[in-house]
Design a protein around this ligand. Structure first.
Ligand code: PMT
Length: 401
């Protein structure tokens, strides 16, 4: 089998220079990459760079090497097309099926997964015309990653920045791995919580847990690769924001509840992978708690935190919303998991065994996914992404058409 064929479409935006690194990552990881810049893209990065980095000739128009019918062949032969940066103009042309250069012709002939990584000024991204074009492309099954927030061209900042090349590469890798499989979460909105909450005692100390957020981030990345609009509510992970995902940063269980409930209002599915503290200190000391002569140790009174999973399960924000919980257990794992599924009232519960050096922070996990209909799906030891994909398979099967 030859190398997977990737077409890298490059739009005319200042972020075109970042596509060079994406090209590098793709070629170095064993992909045969054909760069197809638009004529405007060449104002930012010249044809020599694309040709040297890809090892292929570079054209922008359909009139070069006409005997090879490139306007049809390049798209037909591709295993993946990724457009980075995708300008507002390119998104509009793709949404409306215009084909006035080699890249737009390629987009019309490609039958493989297509990833758009938009980059533009915030006003252009938020314009109703762009919103509708993005919605059209997503409805048709394209993966349109959300732009990052940060410094744009010049001094302005906002949403519209091209995500880092490493992040776009991850989206491409997953889209290629899924191959011709339809992006079964296209048009769906999902909310995922990740990480561990921290409940402050004083300005210095908190009650926390060992969750790294890796399982939740794996769920976010895989959902985005399957076409979902993802809101990730993360607590204290320190992991960079994944491309194509709206990230809300929180600290405590109460903040996590607020953010999850807000995002869940129009979500098709909610997955609670965060390790949420069941208790928080009843009082917050505004100054550092000091050692006191004659007092062995201060007593800390705890109060219960809200049970977010139980609340979301009981009061579904939308009919047919699928709610997934995780159960982190140290003993009587399955028995405790079955009991938790009943108490929490969610549709699916992913039961995993945890310990000081087990599951928390690891790259791999193993679990049994319990369903409210009584079925149990064991997931063998493997990457956290594999478990995430199984969760999405089970969610997708439960979503209303
Ligand atoms: O982050 P990693 O290092 O990758 O590790 C992954 C993980 C072990 C954190 C993850 O796989 C996992 O098990 N997450 C759930 C941890 C947890 O809080 O489990 P629990 O059994 O205490 O809670 C059950 C469910 O109720 C969870 O979905 C939890 O998000 C939710 N919950 C818990 C307490 C609370 N007050 N509100 C909640 O919604």
């Amino acid at each position: 089998m030859g190398k997977p064929k990737v077409v890298l479409g490059v739009g005319g935006g200042i972020a075109a220079y970042k596509a060079c690194e994406l090209l590098r990552r793709l070629t170095e990881s064993g992909h045969d990459v054909r760069a197809v810049p638009t004529a405007s893209a060449l104002h930012f990065v010249g044809a020599a760079t694309w040709s040297a980095l890809s090892g292929h000739p570079v054209s922008t128009e359909v009139w070069d090497d006409v005997h090879e019918v490139p306007h049809v062949r390049i798209g037909q032969q591709a295993d993946l097309v990724v457009v980075a940066p995708a300008t507002a103009d390119l998104l509009a042309k793709a949404a409306h099926g215009l084909a006035d250069d080699l890249l737009t012709n390629t987009l019309l002939t490609a039958r493989c997964p297509v990833v758009f990584a938009p980059a533009m000024h915030t006003e252009m991204w938020e314009h109703p015309a762009t919103r509708e074009n993005v919605a059209t492309l997503r409805r048709r099954g394209a993966i349109v990653v959300e732009p990052a927030v940060g410094r744009l061209t010049g001094v302005d900042t906002g949403k519209g920045r091209l995500p880092e090349a490493a992040e776009i590469f991850e989206v491409c890798r997953r889209a290629l791995a899924r191959g011709a499989a339809a992006p079964d979460l296209a048009g769906r909105r999902v909310v995922i919580s990740a990480g561990g909450t921290r409940e402050p005692l004083d300005p210095v100390r908190y009650l926390g847990n060992r969750s790294s957020g890796k399982q939740g981030y794996a769920l976010a990345r895989t959902a985005a690769a399957r076409g979902a609009r993802v809101t990730l509510v993360e607590a204290n992970t320190g992991i960079p924001d994944p491309a194509g995902v709206d990230v809300v940063h929180v600290g405590t269980a109460v903040q996590l509840r607020e953010a999850v409930l807000k995002a869940a209002a129009d979500a098709d599915a909610v997955v609670m992978a965060a390790a949420v503290a069941d208790f928080r200190p009843a009082a917050y000391a505004p100054g550092k708690i000091k050692k006191r002569d004659g007092v062995e140790a201060p007593e800390i009174t705890l109060v219960r935190n809200p049970d977010i999973l139980a609340e979301i399960s009981a009061e579904r924000a939308r009919p047919g919303q699928v709610v997934v919980g995780f159960a982190a257990e140290t003993d009587e794992v399955l028995a405790n998991g079955r009991d938790k599924l009943r108490r929490k009232g969610c549709d699916l519960l992913v039961v995993n065994e945890v310990g000081e050096r087990r599951t928390f922070g690891a790259e791999e996990n193993e679990a049994v996914v319990l369903s409210s209909d009584g079925t149990e799906t064991p997931v063998p030891h493997g990457p956290k992404e594999a478990l995430a994909d199984t969760v999405w398979d089970l969610v997708a099967a439960r979503l209303p058409a």
